[in-house]
Design a protein around this ligand. Structure first.
Ligand SMILES: Nc1ncnc2c1ncn2[C@@H]1O[C@H](COP(=O)(O)OP(=O)(O)OP(=O)(O)O)[C@@H](O)[C@H]1O
Ligand SMILES: [Mg+2]
Length: 258
């Protein structure tokens, strides 16, 4: 596998994606080209269509038009399970952690490990294996939580976010998508999540993150795609743009150079 051919074909390409909800047009033309091993931010005002676009990639919504390609091959993603099977994991803003379960159980939610037969026939879970794997995963990602056996409801916002991100990274083999991963977090906790995003990239995956926090975007993203009123306006390299230019594109004050 040559690295040059890897980078030539985008890992994921969404072209001309359209989505309507009744009379509301959420996406008129959503385009996104995600390269291998990059952190790609999607920015735009409220209602620009950011969450709709990523929900189409993660199989939550079916698009009304447009095409998706994964590693150059056309794909149809019918539901979140199919997205996960393709190696696409998503951390939604509401996280979807099971509060009363511990971090280990949350990491394996829907993918529980069972003990060997015949115990597995009666639904006996292999809790030890799950705990060990969870501890290993937390260590690998440098997530500092005291015990993976505490109910996650007792964790801080940042730690909960970290558990949700860890779950996505543990299973995501290609792409980790995060919708506003730091929106509800304090400065220190946000820092922890940003570190995790960088760590995901170090591990060879690609990250799509939606954020309203442009300074954070400029800290971690390699490229930035701007959406406005349901359209992808442009994609900019972080090192070739400025925060002011991005704000201008988001609001329409700056138009795209020809
Ligand atoms: N399930 C839905 N049913 C009806 N309308 C929807 C639905 N989801 C999104 N919309 C509408 O589609 C448009 C785009 O919404 P979307 O959530 O994608 O925006 P966003 O860019 O993520 O905004 P925000 O920054 O506020 O999260 C909005 O007008 C929204 O009201
Ligand atoms: Mg949104």
């Amino acid at each position: 596998m040559s690295p040059t051919s890897d980078t030539a074909v985008p890992l994921l390409q969404a072209t001309g994606i359209q989505k309507r909800f009744g009379r509301v047009v959420a996406l008129r033309e959503g385009n996104l080209s995600l390269a291998h091993n990059e952190v790609h931010a999607i920015v735009g005002d409220n209602g620009a269509g950011k969450s709709t676009l990523i929900k189409i990639i993660s199989g939550v919504f079916r698009p009304d038009g447009g095409a998706l390609r994964l590693d150059g091959e056309p794909v149809t993603i019918l539901n979140p399970r199919e997205a996960r099977q393709l190696g696409i994991e998503t951390v939604y803003q509401d996280l979807a952690l099971a509060d009363h379960l511990d971090a280990a159980a949350n990491l394996f939610l829907g993918r529980e490990l069972y003990r060997r037969p015949p115990l597995s026939w009666f639904g006996f879970l292999d809790k030890r294996a799950m705990r060990e794997r969870a501890e290993e995963e937390m260590r690998r990602l440098k997530i500092g939580i005291q015990s993976v056996e505490e109910p996650v409801i007792s964790l801080s916002g940042g730690q909960r976010q970290a558990v949700a991100v860890a779950r996505a990274i543990a299973w995501g083999t290609r792409i980790v998508i995060m919708d506003e991963p730091t929106a509800a977090l304090g400065v220190r906790e946000s820092g922890m999540v940003l570190e995790l995003i960088t760590e995901v990239k170090r591990q060879g995956l690609a990250v799509v993150m939606i954020s309203h926090n442009l300074p954070e975007v400029f800290m971690v993203a390699d490229r930035i795609t701007v959406l406005r009123l349901g359209r992808t306006i442009t994609t900019l390299r972080r090192d070739e743009t400025t925060l002011e230019e991005v704000v201008g594109m988001m609001t329409g004050a700056v138009s795209v150079a020809a």
